[in-house]
Design a protein around this ligand. Structure first.
Ligand code: HEC
Length: 130
């Protein structure tokens, strides 16, 4: 067999391309499989997860008797002690917590983007907000 440099080069390029493409494919597959979990999807967000987020990030300032040391009344007149409270204020919460990070105030509680996305997906599912 005669060695043909050009053919060899072409073959190598093809292999490289193939390797590149399959890496890309694998990476895409990973991203696609991870996304629904981090964005919350619209399927399995449990009420318990949302209650836990409220408990951690909202009720210290938004309850009848705030535990936050600076406050003695619900801030903004808003009580968020139950999931119905959250449903009733869906639009305001979408604006202040999901589409922006105005709330929690100064992000004192360190709410993550994933938690905001989860809350947003739950609100959309429950009330059609967003
Ligand atoms: C550190 C205290 C604090 C935390 C924690 C906090 N908020 Fe607030 N929130 C406030 C204050 C203060 C106001 C009133 C701001 C104003 O009137 O300018 C307010 C107002 C709001 C309003 C507007 C109410 C209205 O109708 O004008 C919404 C909606 C809201 N908060 C949602 C949330 C949500 C959802 C969380 C949790 C994810 C949260 N907040 C956590 C302090 C807090």
């Amino acid at each position: 067999m005669v060695f043909r440099p050009f053919e060899f080069f072409e073959q190598s390029c093809r292999l490289l391309l193939l390797a590149g493409a399959s890496t890309l494919f694998a990476a895409t597959a990973i991203v696609v499989s991870i996304k629904p979990a981090s964005a919350g999807g619209d399927a399995d967000i449990s009420d318990d997860e949302i209650s836990a987020i409220l408990e951690t990030h909202c009720v210290s300032c938004h309850s009848e008797e705030p535990t936050h040391p600076a406050y003695t009344i619900p801030q903004g007149g808003l009580v968020l002690e139950s999931l119905d409270d959250v449903r009733d204020n869906a639009d305001a919460i979408m604006l202040q917590t999901v589409e922006s990070d105005i709330m929690p105030l100064g992000n004192e509680t360190g709410m993550s983007d994933d938690e905001r996305a989860l809350l947003g997906a739950w609100l959309a599912r429950e009330t059609g907000a967003g």
